[in-house]
Each structure stands twice: as structure tokens, then as C-alpha cells.
Design a protein around this ligand. Structure first.
Ligand SMILES: [Zn+2]
Length: 309
């Protein structure tokens, strides 16, 4: 668990009580199998952010399994706030498959953009082909999310602004901007000390859309960013994370030119990022990139699904 202190003392007083935020990081669920270097496959830690006032709270991103939802839910319950909304940044199942459990436990609404809601339906369709083959204990995941008018809602009178940033590690992703906290909760647009999922870049011809999304986050001028996947000891400094996310893409582009096989790319990334977590995500993305390259006439969606298995 991380207890990133809220930026309450730095946030401008707007009206009534100030907001604060705190982050809970779920450990990745257990799984079978090994990576090319022989180490066990391990997903990334998953971060959920609670933004709260004196009475109410909003949670951004839910985890995937029943056990993770229980751990996060107990942490939320201990905050003793009324959870009004659960915002989902994008459609990947590791950010919302357990949202329904938490929504039920707290009587909260699930919120996402129309684009993300469409992606959530796609994630449900791919569940039996991917997620349920890899992990036990994923609860039923009906899509109950609703869009909100003008992509905005409020928490005790403070604006929470949903900003659509397009394709990052998947299509139709978004971030939550909390101006009164100088905070962006970034989902998978920004990563923090964790390997980025690069596989789906093949569907948009590279990392250009992701770079544009990073620019959009930067234009919000946050001081703090909570990345959807992060390594516990790292801080939430926005400038550092933006620079490091760009650098990771720069390195990937370079290694895609110089490394001729997936294993060589994987090993080169680990050498450059020895402390990054989530090497299973690195491997799945790398396999996808190289399998698509080696099978230009193949079914890209099938190749990307297989890369996780
Ligand atoms: Zn993710």
C-alpha cells in the first residue's frame, strides 16, 4: 500500500473544504508461467486513487480480481467517506473488471467516457480468450458504466474533469484532471517505474498518438500525476513521470530499429530499466510487436491476444 500524501496544503482554497487524495496499490495477482529469462511471469502493480473531501469521495480505476477488490474496498472503507463515483480511465480489464463489486459495496456509480465504455464491451468479449486464461478470481464484469455530460462531474463542489487523450496503450483512453489539487490521475497514459504495454501501438502505426496524449497531459500543467501502474517507493512528481514516459517510448523506438528479435528487445529493455516492475507486460507487448512484424498478413487482434498466453 502506498500512502502518498495529498497535496492539500498546496491546493488553492476554492470553496468550502479542500480536497485531498491518496493512492492504494494492489499487488499483481498470482499467475503461472515463466519469461524468456526464466523468471516467473508477473503483471504490474495496479494503482487506484481516492480523491476525497470532508464527506464524499471518488475512486479512479478499480482492480481486476475479487481479492484485489476486497483489499482496495477495505482501504476505501477505512477512509470513512461516502463513495459517490468510480471513474474508469480506459477499457483494459485490469482497470475495471472488479469495479462492479466495489460499486455494489459502496453504492457508487461507475463513470467512463463513451469511448471507454465501448472498449469495456470489447474487454468483456476478450475475457475468456485472455484474462480468464491467465488469472483466477475475476468477478462477473457487466458493463454498468455511464458517461457524464460534458465529461465533467463534481466532488463537494470541486470540478473533476475527464480529458480524452486518445490512443495510449489502448484506444479511447482518458485521464481525470483535478484542477484544485494540481493533479492528473493518468490511467495508462503515464507510467511510473513500471514497464509500459507497447503491443497495441501496432494498431495505430507506432507511438505518435501516445506522444500526443502525453502532450495533452502536460498541457494541463499538473504538479502531481498518479500513474495507473507504479512502483511503490516512487513519488508522484509530474515532470519526472512525463519525461520518463517519453524516454521509454524513445528507447522502444530505438530498440525496434536495432534489435531483430523479441527476446533481444526484451533483454535490452531490462538492461536499460533494471528496476522497472511488470516484466510480463513488457514481454507480452514485445511479442506482439515482433509477431506482427514477422506476420504482416496476420490477424493483428489475434496476435496481440496470443502474446499474453
Ligand atoms: Zn493497465
Amino acid at each position: 500500500m502506498s500512502t502518498t500524501p495529498a497535496a492539500g496544503t498546496e491546493a488553492p482554497q476554492v470553496s468550502g473544504h479542500q480536497l485531498a487524495y491518496d493512492v492504494f496499490i494492489n499487488e499483481p495477482p498470482p499467475q503461472d508461467g515463466v519469461l524468456p529469462n526464466g523468471e516467473p511471469k508477473r503483471f504490474s502493480p495496479m494503482a487506484s486513487t481516492l480523491i476525497y473531501g470532508s464527506r464524499d469521495a471518488v475512486l479512479t480505476d478499480a482492480p481486476m480480481t475479487v481479492d484485489q477488490a476486497r483489499a482496495l474496498g477495505d482501504w476505501v472503507a477505512a477512509k470513512d467517506r461516502n463513495l459517490t463515483d468510480i471513474f474508469v480511465t480506459h477499457g483494459h480489464g485490469d482497470h475495471w473488471f472488479a469495479a462492479g463489486l466495489l460499486a455494489e459495496r459502496f453504492g457508487a456509480r461507475v463513470v467512463a467516457t463513451d469511448g471507454t465504455i465501448a472498449q469495456m464491451h470489447g474487454a468483456v468479449a476478450s475475457r475468456p480468450l485472455l484474462w480468464d486464461k491467465v488469472y483466477d478470481g475475476i468477478p462477473p464484469s457487466p458493463v454498468t458504466a455511464v458517461a457524464v455530460p460534458d465529461n465533467g462531474f463534481t466532488l463537494e463542489g470541486h470540478d473533476l474533469v475527464i480529458v480524452e487523450v486518445g490512443h495510449t496503450d489502448s484506444d479511447d483512453t482518458s485521464v481525470l484532471h483535478v484542477p484544485d489539487l494540481d493533479l492528473v490521475v493518468a490511467g495508462d497514459a503515464i507510467y511510473n517505474g513500471v514497464h509500459m504495454y507497447l503491443g497495441q501501438s501496432v494498431t495505430v502505426g507506432g507511438f505518435g498518438t501516445w506522444r500526443a496524449a502525453i502532450d495533452k497531459v502536460e498541457a494541463l500543467e499538473p504538479r502531481h500525476i498518479v500513474a495507473g501502474h507504479q512502483n511503490h517507493p516512487l513519488d508522484d512528481d509530474a515532470a519526472r513521470q512525463i519525461a520518463e514516459t517519453r524516454q521509454y517510448l524513445d528507447d522502444a523506438e530505438e530498440l525496434l530499429r536495432t534489435e531483430t528479435t523479441a527476446v533481444a528487445f526484451f533483454n535490452a529493455k531490462i538492461k536499460r530499466y533494471p528496476h522497472h516492475l511488470g516484466r510480463y507486460v513488457l514481454w507480452a507487448g514485445t511479442r506482439g510487436l515482433y509477431d506482427v512484424r514477422e506476420h504482416p498478413d496476420g490477424d493483428v487482434a489475434q496476435i496481440l491476444l496470443r502474446s499474453w498466453l
